[in-house]
Design a protein around this ligand. Structure first.
Ligand code: NAD
Length: 519
């Protein structure tokens, strides 16, 4: 345990108890009767606390409260709604250190990244406050005299949020800040692997909701097992938009079920992100950025760098630089609450098994391990979740390279000839989330983000695949699901679009000059 952070004090300040209620409609917490979910820390294996999960009865109560709250919330002016979001941002500022520490302790990412995750929540709140006054529609030219033609955006209703364990709280706020400002109400079903960060987040906003008399049911939390309420939630027609972040496998199920009832979805799914390094790159810049992309969050970011596509002329030099950097990283694997640590644990043994499987499989398919891959043992590593990040040489067509392994293993892939060949390799995977090129050559860079370039939702130049700002729309193509959330005009997904024609003449001209006279 870190010398500076006492996790018991953190839990107390965040209002967490030994056993916690897992269902809330804002300020009211429900004493539910579902199974108890125990949350263990990947840092040291300790039981952090337990959660009472929801039954279907609890689910129904929450949905009815949310439905009712929407009737009032949708008629509250957007800047007034956003004032609540502004105050939530400030409440998060006050609780940043504690919530960041809990994110670290329950999920496993290093403390500065735990703080960074809370900072993203704060940033999106600020963003949404400004957006409240710019969710513009259009005034259009009518073809009819004395007619006004316009489009506007209206609130949707209940927005469901299903979030992944690796960004246990930021995903909630990316969606919530925009949805609430747009006039929707949210029902959040967090990952059952990280329920305590979700409860703590809801407790942080509770005071703001009370002080602003926010209707009960605008902000809802349901911690329930997917086997109990998963499909009911997906099939529920009251949920107008389901925003799901997670693996492609679960995302396909969500897309199919919600699509079957013609509900809307935002799907933010797995990535298989590549960095291209050309002979024209500044190799030191490429190295620093790539190492953060591969080992940051112990390879458990959707935008983690999974493949490095290296030109043959710089392949050996870059490989050697990577290995030297990884040797330094190895000295900095440990307790993520310790400020000297750069790589914390994997979240659980399931992830460790995925890591081991990828290492076996890449070799079976003809690849070669270059560095790392050990599971650390001994003092401080008793959980069996600390691993040495791995580098393997591979070919892009290997089955294991085509998959996302949610752990710190990166594949080095050689290309020859022009940058077009590297772009083809970048695109030749099922996923399409993040991508990057390192080059000082303007033509190579332009080709990379042109129509013939990367087919991913994110295409960076001289900046790695990992670590997006909230100001841009975030999401990816193909098996990554096609959703966009966070900045830019992502708010439009949380609203319905309405076209209105107003006739202020005393005649009734029809469009296209159609005559429909009764006489
Ligand atoms: P996961 O797919 O296992 O779970 C995601 C969420 O879905 C969890 O809350 C889980 O409880 C829920 N879920 C599972 N089965 C369900 C069902 N039948 N009905 C309803 N909900 C169900 O993913 P994970 O392991 O938590 O997260 C890691 C994955 O998420 C990786 O693939 C990563 O790339 C992806 N991810 C994507 C983004 C993005 O923005 N594209 C961001 C973060 C993580």
């Amino acid at each position: 345990m870190s010398k500076t952070i006492n996790i018991q004090d953190v839990l107390k300040r965040l209002g967490l108890k030994e056993i916690n209620e897992g269902v809330s409609t804002g300020t009211v917490w429900y004493d539910t009767e579902g199974k108890i979910n125990k949350s263990y820390s990947p840092v040291d294996g300790s039981l952090i606390a337990s959660v009472k999960t929801a039954t279907m009865d609890d689910y129904e109560k929450v949905m009815q409260t949310a439905q009712k709250a929407f009737e009032e919330w949708r008629m509250t002016p957007a800047p007034v709604r956003a004032e609540v979001v502004r105050q939530i941002g400030n409440a998060l500022r006050d609780a940043k250190e504690d919530l960041g520490a809990l994110v670290t302790y329950e999920m496993g990412k290093i403390y500065v990244e735990g703080l960074g995750e809370v900072q993203e929540m704060i940033d999106i709140c600020d963003f949404a406050v400004g957006q409240a006054r710019t969710m513009n529609g259009f005034n259009l030219q009518s073809e009819r005299p004395m007619h006004r033609l316009m489009e506007q955006y209206q609130p949707l209703g209940i927005v469901g949020i299903i979030s992944s364990f690796n960004f246990p709280v930021a995903v909630w706020m990316w969606n919530t800040a925009l949805a609430i400002t747009a006039g929707d109400v949210v029902v959040w079903k967090p990952s059952s692997k990280t329920p305590l960060t979700a409860i703590a987040s809801h407790k942080i906003i509770e005071k703001v909701l009370k002080e602003n008399n926010v209707p009960e049911g605008v902000f809802n939390l349901i911690i329930g097992r997917s086997s109990v309420m998963g499909d009911n939630f997906l099939d529920d027609k009251r949920v107008r938009l389901m925003s799901m972040t997670g693996s492609t496998a679960v995302g396909k199920r969500v897309g199919e079920r919600v699509g079957k009832r013609l509900g809307k979805t935002i799907l933010e799914l797995g990535g298989n992100n590549a960095v291209i390094v050309t002979p024209k790159a500044n190799l030191n810049m490429a190295l620093m950025s790539t190492v953060f992309g591969t080992v940051g969050t112990a390879g458990q970011r959707c935008t983690s760098t999974r493949r490095i596509i290296l030109h043959e002329d710089i392949y050996d030099e870059f490989k050697e630089k990577m290995v030297n950097a990884y040797k330094k990283i190895k000295e900095k694997i440990g307790n993520p609450l310790d400020p000297n640590t750069l790589v914390g644990p994997l979240h659980d043994i399931h992830a460790v098994n995925q890591f081991k499987y990828a290492i076996e499989q890449v070799q079976k398919e003809g690849g070669k391990m270059v560095y790392g891959g050990e599971i650390l043992k001994g003092k401080g590593f008793e959980t069996g979740t600390y691993v040495v990040p791995a580098i393997a040489e591979a070919e892009n067509h290997f089955e294991i390279v085509q998959e996302e392994t949610f752990a710190p293993i990166v594949y080095l892939i050689k290309y020859t000839g022009d940058v077009e060949n590297a772009i083809a390799i970048n695109n030749d995977v099922p996923q399409g989330l993040s991508s990057a090129i390192f080059t000082q050559d303007m033509q190579e860079a332009e080709k990379f983000y042109s129509a013939m370039g990367s087919d991913c939702g994110i295409a960076n130049v001289n900046a790695g695949t990992s670590g997006a700002e909230i100001g841009g729309a975030f999401g990816g193509e193909k098996d990554t699901g096609g959703g966009r959330e966070s900045g830019s005009d992502a708010w439009k997904a949380y609203m319905r679009r309405q076209t209105t024609t107003v006739n202020f003449s005393s005649d009734l001209p029809l469009a296209q000059g159609i005559k429909f006279d009764l006489d």
